[in-house]
Design a protein around this ligand. Sequence first.
Ligand code: BGC
Length: 408
Amino acid sequence: MLSVPFVTHAQTLDVMHWWTSASERSAANALAQAFNSHGLQWQDAAVEGGGGGAAVKVLKSRVLSGSPPAAAQIIGTMLTDWADMGLVLPLTRVAAQEAWKQQIFPEVLHLVTHKHQPIAVPLGIHRINSVLYQRTIFDKLEMPPPRDWAALEGVARRLRNAGITPIAWSDENWQVATVFEAVLLSYAGPELYERLVRARHPEAWLDRRVESALNRLRWLRDLNGPMQRQESNWIDNVKAFHAGRFGILMNGDWVRGELLALTGSSDSSSYCAPMPGTEGMHLYSIDTLSMLKGSMSKQSEQEKAAALLTSVTLQRSYNRVKGSVPVLKDIDPKLLDSCAHESWSTFANPRAHRVPSLAHRMAASEATKEAAAGVLQRFVLNRGVSAQQTQQQLAAVMRTLLKENSRK
Ligand code: BGC
């Protein structure tokens, strides 16, 4: 632990993030409590909106107006962009003293390292290719969670025959993109997926396997029958799923955290399985907090806060409520519930394929993610747009990114 000067009153750090659902709030509270018990005061600056689109805009405007928060949920490629602009405090001292190299998964450390310096504290690993099946409904119909697309088709038919709306769907662009990337991983496989989302080969988006993934996305959207545009909030969808109004819930595993907040026990109300065709693969989104340089130096408090966040105890309590898994490589997975156990073990397995999320900024910039999510949303909402046209549009988005990257 970093040695810090004795403080007589709590030092305030304002923390900006987009954790506003019940489970996200309790996860943030776990962090805030750790701050409090070490003489730091977490001043909450949450901005509502799943996936963080709104929070990122507010953060940018605070930075532009010269009043950045002391810490912010900055994730994925945004980290390097912000570090390049000199806005982020390097955490080299903290990382050395807390032995991050020995403690944290190398892939995670790589993600938060820029120009040989750690620039964010990794908090937890979310799995995007995870699907939940409503346990009461599946038990009643005596159906196991499907493991491939044919089985999922059978399940959907049986749900409909039993008068149950198959899937908790939302047309919000980030939710469409979140489901799509897991479907894409299933159809493309990890090698092609990686090439696609890293945007090094825009023409790869014209591959037949991308077309199949798009068709499957439209199939999923159509499972509930004809539907008007429906941008349901992810939190409401979790509540409705919990109440037994839907059989299937597809989203990152933060939805598991939210179910836990509703039920008090993570495994009780759903079965969890990887997206069909993605067994042994981990499509990840990693939550990270960066410390921002402001006009007033709070460096010692920021370093103290950063040092707290990777402790084993805090990692366990935070990730349990959040639905994610610890970023630490030496934990006892038996302490995790079955779904988290599978996620952590897959991530920890060097032979498993770990691939980055596009929808959650792990692979491409905020602008690219927004553009791709917009294209996908138009595809599911507009029957007149074909899969091939959508592939062309996605290739164009990636071409722009490739140009941006080559200018850097
Ligand atoms: C974040 C999660 C959050 C989810 C829903 C993702 O981008 O990584 O921490 O729970 O969005 O808001």
